[in-house]
Write a protein that binds this ligand. Structure first.
Ligand code: ATP
Length: 284
C-alpha cells in the first residue's frame, strides 16, 4: 500500500527571542502559519525491517541525517513496528531557507506512518514525538496558525490571519540556523516585536495591522551577515508588497500581498536578480 502526505512550508509572522536558557536552547515567542508551498511524501510499506529514503533533490542527506528518516526510526522504536518503509521525498521547499522544510517532512512522516501502520497515535502524542526531532516539528504536525513558546514546542492554536498571497524569495545562500542563533545577543536587540499587537491584529482580522506588527529579531543578525537579504527586503517593499519580513533565521524573505493585480510586478521585479521566487497562497 502507498500513501501520500503533503508537507507545507511555514513562515514566521513574528519571531522574538527572549533569552538563552541554561539548557542551551533559546526561549522564543513565534507566530507561525503555513503556506501552500509543499513537499510531497510518498510512503510505501516494506516487509523488510528497514527505512529507505529517496528524493529527486540531489542536495539533502538520504541517510539517518534526514529528518523523515529520523521520524520513521522514532515511531518504529516507540511503537515496536517490525515492518519497514520506503519514503520518497518530492522536495519543493527550498532547503536551509528558514521555511522548516526538514521539520515539515518529519511531521508529515509521523502523520503518514501513523496512518500506514494504523497506530492510532493521537495528535498530541505525535507532537511530543516531533519535539524529540526538532523544535519546529510539533507545529508542523498540526499546522494551521499557532503561537509557539518555550523552545518552540509549546503550542497554542490561534485564528488564521486574513488570507492573502505570499511571495517568497530565496537568495542563493544557505544560512545555518545554529549559526544565526549562536551570534544572536538578546541584550542588544533594539526593539522587540509586540506579541500582543500581533495577536490582536490576527483576532480582529486586520490584514493591514498584521503587516504592521510583523517582526523578527533574527533579521539583524542575518542581514548583517548577508547584505543581499536586506536588498531583497527593500526590493520587495519597493515593488509593492504590503508587509515584508525574513522567515525564521533566513535567508528567505516573504511578502504578504492582498491584491492579485500586484503579483506580476513583484514576481517579475524579483526574478530580475533572484532565481528562486514563489507565489503561493497562505494556507488558511
Ligand atoms: P528551520 O526553519 O526549521 O530552521 P530550514 O528551512 O532553515 O529549517 P531545512 O530545509 O529544514 O532548514 O534544512 C536544514 C538542514 O537539514 C539541511 O542542511 C539538510 O541537510 C538537513 N535535512 C535533513 N532532513 C531534511 C529534509 N527532509 N529536507 C531538507 N533538509 C533536510
Amino acid at each position: 500500500m502507498k500513501i501520500y502526505e503533503k508537507a507545507p512550508a511555514k513562515i514566521n509572522l513574528l519571531l522574538d527571542v527572549l533569552r538563552k536558557r541554561a539548557d542551551g536552547y533559546h526561549e522564543v515567542e513565534m507566530i507561525m502559519t503555513m503556506v501552500d508551498l509543499s513537499d510531497r511524501l510518498e510512503m510505501e510499506e516494506l516487509q523488510r525491517d528497514t527505512i529507505i529514503i529517496s528524493s529527486q533533490a540531489g542536495y539533502i542527506p538520504l541517510d539517518e541525517k534526514n529528518l523523515a528518516f529520523q521520524a520513521a526510526r522514532l515511531i518504529k522504536e516507540r511503537y515496536d513496528v517490525r515492518k519497514g518503509v520506503y519514503i520518497h521525498l518530492d522536495k519543493k521547499i527550498p532547503v536551509a531557507a528558514g521555511l522548516a522544510g526538514g521539520s515539515s517532512d518529519a511531521a508529515a512522516a509521523l502523520r503518514g506512518l501513523n496512518r500506514l501502520w494504523k497506530l492510532g497515535i493521537p495528535d498530541e502524542e505525535l507532537c511530543k514525538l516531533g519535539a524529540e526531532l526538532g523544535s519546529d516539528v510539533p507545529f508542523c504536525v498540526t499546522g494551521g496558525t499557532a503561537l509557539a513558546t518555550g523552545r518552540g514546542e509549546i503550542l497554542q492554536r490561534i485564528d488564521n490571519p486574513p488570507s492573502c498571497w505570499v511571495v517568497l524569495a530565496k537568495p542563493p545562500i544557505n544560512v545555518s540556523t545554529a549559526d544565526v542563533y549562536g551570534r544572536f545577543r538578546a541584550d542588544s536587540v533594539p526593539s522587540h516585536p509586540s506579541l500582543g499587537g500581533m495577536m490582536e491584529a490576527i483576532s480582529t482580522g486586520s490584514f493591514q495591522r498584521v503587516c504592521e506588527e510583523m517582526g523578527n529579531v533574527l533579521e539583524d543578525v542575518t542581514l548583517s551577515l548577508y547584505p543581499e537579504v536586506a536588498q531583497l527586503k527593500e526590493s520587495m517593499q519597493r515593488l509593492g508588497a504590503d508587509g515584508v519580513l525574513m522567515s525564521g533565521s533566513g535567508p528567505t524573505v516573504f511578502g504578504l500581498v492582498t491584491k492579485e493585480s500586484k503579483l506580476a510586478r513583484i514576481y517579475n521585479g524579483l526574478r530580475g536578480f533572484c532565481k528562486e521566487v514563489y507565489v503561493v497562497r497562505m494556507l488558511t
